[in-house]
Every structure is written in structure tokens, then in C-alpha cells.
Design a protein around this ligand. Sequence first.
Ligand code: FE2
Length: 183
Amino acid sequence: MAAKDKGKIRVMKSKSDTSGNRNRTFQTAVDIPAATRTAMIALLNQALADTSDLYSQTKQAHWNVKGIHFYQLHLLFDELAALREGEADEIAERATELGGYATGTVRMAAASSRLPEMPTDIDNGVDYVQALVERYGIHANNARAAIDTSDEAGDADTADLFTEISRQLDKDLWFLQAHVQVS
Ligand SMILES: [Fe+2]
């Protein structure tokens, strides 16, 4: 250590300090107006938080489900979690394509997610399916709203991404809901 640096301590940001400079943007050749890109980056980062949360909650169900239908549900939940993981990647990359900073850590997701937490007092398959139906329903409807938001903002590519995600979520919601659906 150089003499002039003696006594200086490099201060790391506290783990509770998540403000940083997460709203910074980067120059890009993408010709979408800056205001539109800023709005889309915020929309995408919200979707990233929700998607990452739903990924982890689906894995939670995959690991903890019990009952006579254990193996079928264990496999189904894993397939659904893998889809959410892929979507999170696409959403985060769209945010950075638009010159944004992707806020994608587990802590960032937990701080921003719009989904309720998975209850810890359930075990059987029907209860896990019901809990996921509730969360997938919220998430699928949020994705549908994001299509309109990005379409109205004039970002057809982000609208297309949310359209693809929305279509998959509706299918996955059906896969879950069919286990418990009544007329
Ligand atoms: Fe597994």
C-alpha cells in the first residue's frame, strides 16, 4: 500500500443500498425516441422482477410438492420454471438492447415483484397448483397489459416480445388450471 493511501478504507456499498445508478442509460443506435426507450426499460425491468420471482416460486413448488401426484407435478413445475428462466433472459436483454441497465438480481426481483409470496404452510399438489394458478393468473394478465403499453408507446418489438410471452403464459396457466378447473 502506498504511504499516501494509508488509513484510507475502500468503502463497499452497503448490502441494503440498492439505489446505485440503476436508472442510467447508454447510447445506442436504436432510433426509438429516448422517452419511449426509458418507459420500455422500466416496463421490462418490472417484468423481469415478476418473472424472476415467478421462476423461483415455481421451483419452490417443484422442490416441496408432495402427494400421490408428486412426480407428475414435480416434472410439470420444472418445465414451467425453465420457461420463466428463458423469458427473464429475453426480457433483460431487451432492456439492455434499448440502452438500459437490467435490474436482475434476486434481491432486486424481491424488492420490485408484484406477485404475492408463495405460502410456506402448504404441501400437497392441489394446494401448490392453486397457489401457482393465482400467481400465473396475475402474471399472465400483467403480460397482456404490457403488450398494450408497449404497442401504444410505439415499440413494436417489445410488444412482440410480450405477445410471445403472454401466449406462453396463457398456455402454462391452462396447464395448471386444468388440474383444478370446474365449470
Ligand atoms: Fe429439480
